[in-house]
Design a protein around this ligand. Structure first.
Ligand SMILES: Nc1ncnc2c1ncn2[C@@H]1O[C@H](COP(=O)(O)OP(=O)(O)OP(=O)(O)O)[C@@H](O)[C@H]1O
Ligand SMILES: [Mg+2]
Length: 171
């Protein structure tokens, strides 16, 4: 049986008296796709933010490959280089193309060389049907204010996730 990548144990998070997460428990193993579904304001983003250490849980623990991410001496920056989070507003760089947006993290955080980063990004963009848009800018994808009617949906629908690089899935 494969070892868990992420274990969330008895996780709670409150903002003042407002309890947003109460005793949340789940485990993510290699190959798992875990969806968090709930009403607006139910705490989905807060959960992802806790997993990414952008919020400090009120109680409980989160283990990454068995290591407590809130333990003293644990490095949030090297952890975040291994566990990605796509923000709700995407936060893409508008002055960069789709391909450049997808290679920036690989090059500047994971220090891949330009060609390797491009190959990884192209392979993944291809998988989600984005190959025709690699030279487009984010504004062109979302329809933008200049699009007729302003309500035209863009060709991109992004799933938000806590994603772990394949190379880090092993022990
Ligand atoms: N920094 C904060 N300070 C105080 N309250 C907060 C903070 N962040 C989130 N909340 C509150 O926590 C609750 C959960 O918010 P959260 O953003 O996690 O919901 P969500 O499930 O992601 O909603 P949506 O589907 O709209 O994105 C909301 O009531 C929100 O107002
Ligand atoms: Mg949210």
């Amino acid at each position: 049986m494969s070892e868990p990548i992420i274990e969330v144990r008895h996780l709670s998070k409150s903002f003042g008296t407002h309890v947003v997460l109460r005793d949340v428990d789940f485990t993510v193993k290699p190959g798992d796709v875990t969806c968090v579904i709930g009403a607006s304001g139910s705490g989905k983003s807060t959960l992802l933010r806790c997993i990414n250490l952008l919020e400090t849980p009120t109680a409980g623990s989160i283990l990454f490959h068995g290591q407590d991410i809130m333990a003293k001496g644990f490095s949030p920056s090297s952890y975040r280089a291994r566990v990605g989070m796509v923000f709700q507003s995407f936060n893409l760089f508008n002055n960069m193309t789709v391909l450049e947006n997808c290679t920036a993290g690989l090059r500047y955080v994971l220090h891949q060389d330009k060609e390797a980063a491009k190959a990884t990004a192209l392979a993944n963009l291809e998988k989600v049907g984005m190959a025709p848009y690699i030279h487009a800018r984010p504004r062109q994808l979302s329809g933008g204010p200049e699009a007729a009617g302003g309500h035209r949906p863009g060709p991109v629908h992004a799933a938000r996730s806590a994603a772990v690089r394949r190379a880090h899935l092993g022990p």
